[in-house]
Design a protein around this ligand. Structure first.
Ligand code: HEM
Length: 386
């Protein structure tokens, strides 16, 4: 056999061998080693299964839990997170399970949770976002760390200052009043309130952070919503090693397309803002969140300047974080109030106690008023609300 032939056989064989060793190291040795280390520290959990981890079990448990009708109960944990519920019962409050090849340590002891949330030593970094989360909120505040987080957080802080929040109340009141007017005359009829809350929260975040109507942000919300659905159905799907580098599943292709379209829409909104200044219709980019972002994007100082990607990701983060969260909170709150008439009474008297027969307004919403009300009604206000 000539040297050339030997080389032609040997080189691919060596590549194959190295790839195989790396594959076994990542998909067998490392998870088994982590599992062994955690087990020896008393942290148990469902055993790691080759490549898939526990993903197939999670998907099966979720399917089964969601296929059962659920009564009006507070005990939603077994339905929403059936795998965690089942494993806490089996392995205790702290356990490890496998999302594919990645170990996920679940803790439910309050003291440990406090330690993680405080994160004093910075020993708990944010988890690496999945490819789908990247498409949804990119490198926005929720996912970045370090210097980049500090720079982006400074801009966001401004939005959450008391003064900025107070300035937002007229827009919030106007949107709520519009929704309540629509609800008038619906007494006794069944309504899908979560649909209206989605509209309400979309409108509020559009008006307060981006100075635009819901209609302008509508396309962005619809696409973010689609992206979040794609993301949630892929949370416990295992990517096939090697193949996922060569072939993109339909969900990934669709989310890439959506992310591109969202970027184009955000850019249009930014351009509109910039054009107003160029055409002399406005003398600044504005002092809402979008205005601050555009200012930072145009900053001449390299250190403070936001890149185009950061600008877009920050907008996506606020559109998404500001809408999905509050929407779910409102829908959940209204469901609980509907179930518990006595809670409704308490909530109503609390609101009337603070606002009387006046509409909510920025002056009433001061901390001083709230503290005074709390002191005069200690039994009505839970201690945790400050
Ligand atoms: C009921 C309402 C809300 C809940 C329960 C909620 C919950 C959370 C949680 C748990 C985090 C921490 C995420 C993490 O670090 O992994 C977070 C971060 C964040 N939320 Fe919210 N959120 C709510 C409303 C909002 C609203 C209305 C906005 C914007 C208008 C918003 C913007 C953000 C941002 C920008 C971050 C990242 C903060 C940072 O890392 O510095 N959230 N939220």
């Amino acid at each position: 056999m000539s040297v050339l032939v030997k080389l032609v056989i040997l080189v691919p064989c060596s590549f194959f061998l190295v790839a195989l060793i790396k594959f076994l190291y990542d998909y067998l040795w490392t998870p088994l080693r982590i599992q062994h280390m955690l087990n020896s520290q008393g942290i148990k959990g469902p055993p790691y299964r080759f490549i898939h981890g526990n993903n197939k079990e999670v998907a099966k448990m979720k399917r089964e839990a969601l296929s059962k009708a659920m009564g009006l109960t507070h005990d939603i944990f077994p339905t929403v997170q059936p795998h965690l519920h089942s494993w806490i019962n089996r392995y205790g409050k702290n356990f490890v399970f496998w999302n594919g090849v990645r170990a996920e340590l679940v803790i439910s002891e309050p003291e440990l949770i406090k330690e993680v949330v405080r994160n004093r030593e910075r020993s708990f970094p944010k988890r690496k976002p999945t490819v789908y989360l990247r498409k949804l909120i990119g490198n926005g505040l929720v996912t970045v760390e370090g210097e980049r987080w500090v720079k982006q957080r400074k801009l966001a802080n401004h939005v959450f200052h008391g003064e900025s929040l107070r300035n937002m109340t007229p827009a919030v009141i106007a949107s709520v009043e519009r929704m309540l007017a629509k609800w008038k005359g619906q007494e006794g009829k069944e309504m899908d309130v979560s649909k209206d809350f989605r509209l309400l929260t979309s409108e509020v975040i559009s008006r307060t952070a981006f100075g635009s109507s819901y209609l302008e942000g509508e396309k962005i919300f619809a696409m973010l919503n689609k992206l979040s659905i794609i993301m949630s159905r892929n949370v416990y799907k295992t990517g096939v090693p090697f193949i996922n580098k060569l072939w993109k599943p339909a969900d990934l292709l669709e989310s890439e397309e959506l992310a591109k379209e969202i970027k184009d829409c955000v850019m249009k909104t930014v351009k509109k803002r910039e054009d107003k200044v160029v055409n002399g219709e406005a003398d600044s980019f504005g002092n809402d969140f979008l205005g601050l972002l555009v200012n930072a994007y145009r900053d001449s100082d390299d250190e403070n300047r936001l890149s185009l990607e950061e600008l877009v990701d920050e907008c996506k983060t606020f559109y998404f974080a500001g809408q999905e969260t509050v929407n779910s909170l409102l829908a959940w709150t209204i469901l609980l109030l509907a179930i518990h008439g006595d809670w409704q009474e308490k909530a109503r008297s609390e609101v009337l106690g603070v606002f009387g027969d006046q509409n909510c307004n920025p002056l009433i919403l001061t901390r001083k008023n709230w503290v005074e009300y709390k002191e005069s009604n200690p039994k009505l206000v839970p201690q945790s609300i400050t």
